[in-house]
Design a binder for this molecule. Structure first.
Ligand code: AVJ
Length: 342
């Protein structure tokens, strides 16, 4: 039986774990065999202003370092988003009325539970679709969740949601896409509009998008969140160089670069870079590439865009979406917003 039809098969009552959990591997070969990485790194390191895509931060160590970041006193977004979810899950579920939750970049789904629980309370919990590249985490999470919610079907999809969004199977229920954590901030404006437009084209009339966005605030507080005193963010940032050393047989000296993160007021975003501390030549052997870095040269490793209610509404409007409702915390540090097709 092909996967599309298996995915569309109606669930049965009293399913066994094997029937309740289905994990589909939709990861493209170019992601598995490293050709995406080689293409992105070649492009990024040969550009006049060098840059690397943030998705390559997240190898095993990088994911662990990001977990540590979320627990830092200076890094408020994860905690605040979780508190908004805890306060507002019922209201979110009432506004969206979903039967199926599709989470882009689900990871360990720690924030998702609150939503699933509200769907369960509302009597509408049907399917959870975690979309992630890690099979291990997705499987482990699926098993935990079905023991907590006996009525739940978990249909995991292993893929890079940025590349494979249109390849997600279609489900015939009221769906809420969730893109949490403020990860939308990694896209610059053109990429953000392109990505949200793609989501808009997937939304049926009953479907919604729940989006987490960090908000514009005092630059000092913003900059502190990306320049923690324990130096975890610096290690996280430099870890992308270790990924290249390992995956592409490169010879980056991590001590020859310095972590930089500053708030760009005009573009309303944190700009994260690695500063070369010396004139140096880096070899990326898997690409047959020699990359010169000048002393003081900066390479961009991540953007983290910050929003206002107005800029969220504008992003939606430019993407064929419409704001339904927006929830924030008492200090207005972070926002969760619900959108539907315009
Ligand atoms: C996972 C993209 C939301 O932008 O705050 C944290 C990543 N980088 N510290 C963010 C990050 C440095 C984080 N996102």
């Amino acid at each position: 039986m092909d996967v599309e039809r298996a995915a569309a098969a109606p669930p049965t009552e009293n399913a066994s774990p094997a029937e309740q959990i289905q994990i589909e591997d939709r990861l493209q070969d170019s992601a598995k065999d490293g050709s995406d990485l080689r293409r992105d790194v070649l492009e990024g390191l040969t550009a006049e202003f060098k840059g690397l895509p943030p998705k390559y931060f997240y190898d095993e160590l990088g994911s662990e370092l990001f977990e540590q970041i979320t627990e830092l006193p200076e890094y408020y977004p994860t905690r605040v988003e979780r508190s908004i979810l805890a306060e507002q899950a019922e209201a979110i579920v009432a506004a969206a009325d979903p039967q199926c939750l599709i989470e882009l970049g689900s990871g360990s789904a720690s924030k998702t539970r609150v939503l699933l629980s509200a769907m369960h309370e509302a009597g509408s919990l049907h399917t959870y679709v975690p979309v992630d590249i890690s099979e291990e985490i997705t499987r482990a999470t699926a098993h935990e969740l079905i023991s907590e919610y006996p009525e739940l079907r978990v249909h995991g999809v292993l893929c890079d949601f940025e590349n494979d969004l249109e390849r997600l199977p279609a489900w015939g229920q009221r769906r809420m896409f969730a893109f949490l954590g403020g990860t939308i901030g990694n896209f610059d404006r053109p990429k953000r509009i392109a990505f949200l437009s793609r989501i808009a084209s997937l939304l049926g009339p009953m479907d919604t998008l729940l989006l987490g966005t960090d908000l514009v605030k005092d630059p000092e507080r913003l900059e502190a969140a990306y320049n923690d005193s324990a130096g975890v963010t610096s290690r996280f940032n430099k870890n992308v160089l270790s990924v290249l050393n390992r995956e592409l047989d490169a010879d980056f000296d991590l001590d020859a670069f310095e972590h930089l993160a500053f708030y760009d007021d005009e573009n309303e975003r944190i700009d994260i870079r690695l500063l070369s501390l010396a004139d140096q030549l880096v070899h990326v052997r898997a690409l047959g590439l020699e990359v010169p870095f000048a002393e003081g040269e900066e390479m961009r490793t991540e953007l983290s865009c910050k929003f206002t209610r107005q800029s969220i509404e504008r992003s939606y409007a430019e993407s064929g979406l419409e704001l339904v409702e927006l929830w924030t915390d008492p200090e207005q540090q972070f926002a969760l917003s619900l959108a539907r097709g315009a």
